[in-house]
Design a protein around this ligand. Structure first.
Ligand SMILES: [Fe+2]
Length: 326
């Protein structure tokens, strides 16, 4: 795994503690954690029982602990971490979530609050059995919807998992879920009301791109919505949402890398300020292959890492349509 840190730490405004005698437990939360800093992980795709998928992705169990270690080496620590869905390698088996809970526990042990969204490879019932404390975080009774607040902004996390009909809370099967994302009527109503009532800069996060659950118009036209962040594609990217070519309320988007399986591999750091938020990508590898762990990466793979590692996307709290009125 390439672990160049070009520009990443400086861009994220954090620093690595190099002192071996450093004692985290002696620091108070006020000084050890940055309340405006959130670590973003997505598509960690863990396989908790290798017998379920003989040739399945086992690299994620290698990569994720490395990414978690990097996050834990940040000073100050982020106050929050978010997993943008696809905890499971494939079908949402409970042991995948159990492995995720164990793999992410070092973050919680370090006082980093974990928040989650559901992806198309997940299962709501199995998620809540592995993360039982998350039940208290749910803002809707039937979906894994929650909110993360920093001193400067809010991030609402949607549940875009599209289950087979009538199987929203059923146990996983080998058939899995639909790949595409959706939200039900209750969640759509909740999102519209939440965005309409927002008095602080608000970001919307989900596993799927906004067009799949059909919420582009809602996010673009909400005066307080300034960004949409998602995973699913395993491809680092930035872009924007718009609602027609004459609409001036564009919304910046960012697509997160995978936390361990296929495509762009890494995580991101999200820092909120009074007038903007900055998302800095950390890319450590491309298409990590366990068999190649100690071999040089192909040129194209190294180039993708070089292009993305340390790249920053800025989300200004500024929507021309808010004051131009169109
Ligand atoms: Fe995925």
């Amino acid at each position: 795994m390439e672990l160049t840190r070009r520009g990443f730490i400086a861009g994220a405004g954090a620093s690595i503690a190099g002192c071996a005698s450093y004692k985290r437990e002696t620091l108070s939360m006020a000084t050890s954690h940055d309340p405006n800093l959130i670590a973003f992980l997505s598509d960690i795709h863990l396989l908790g029982n290798a017998a379920r998928w003989k040739d399945g992705p086992d690299q994620s169990s290698v990569v994720l602990p490395q990414l978690v270690s990097e996050i834990l080496a940040l000073r100050p620590l982020p106050a929050h971490a978010v997993v943008f869905g696809d905890f499971s390698a494939s079908c949402g088996w409970e042991e995948d979530f159990r492995l995720a809970a164990a793999s992410l526990k070092p973050l919680s042990d370090a006082g980093i609050a974990l928040s989650c969204a559901m992806g198309n490879h997940d299962n709501r019932a199995c998620f809540l059995r592995a993360f039982p404390e998350y039940r208290q975080r749910l803002l809707l009774p039937e979906r894994i919807v929650s909110k993360v607040s920093t001193p400067n902004a809010d991030l609402v996390l949607l549940d875009t998992l599209k289950s087979r009909p009538g199987r929203e809370w059923a146990e996983p099967t080998n058939e899995g879920n639909f790949v595409e994302g959706t939200i039900d009527a209750a969640q759509r109503k909740w999102l519209a009301e939440t965005l309409a009532a927002a008095t602080r800069p608000t970001f919307v996060g989900a596993h799927h791109p906004a067009r799949e659950p059909g919420i582009v118009k809602e996010v673009v036209n909400a005066p307080a919505a300034f960004g949409y962040i998602f995973g699913h594609n395993h491809v680092v990217a930035e872009g924007f949402l718009h609602d027609g070519y004459s609409n001036t309320r564009t919304v910046q988007t960012a697509t997160l890398p995978s936390g361990g399986f296929w495509g762009d591999i890494g995580y991101a750091l999200f820092r909120t300020f009074e007038d903007r938020a900055e998302l800095t990508f950390r890319q450590t590898d491309f298409y990590f292959n366990r068999l190649w762990q100690d071999r040089p990466r192909p040129k194209n793979w190294r180039e993708r890492v070089r292009m993305h590692d340390g790249r920053m996307v800025t989300f200004w709290y500024d929507k021309p349509g808010n004051f131009y009125g169109s």
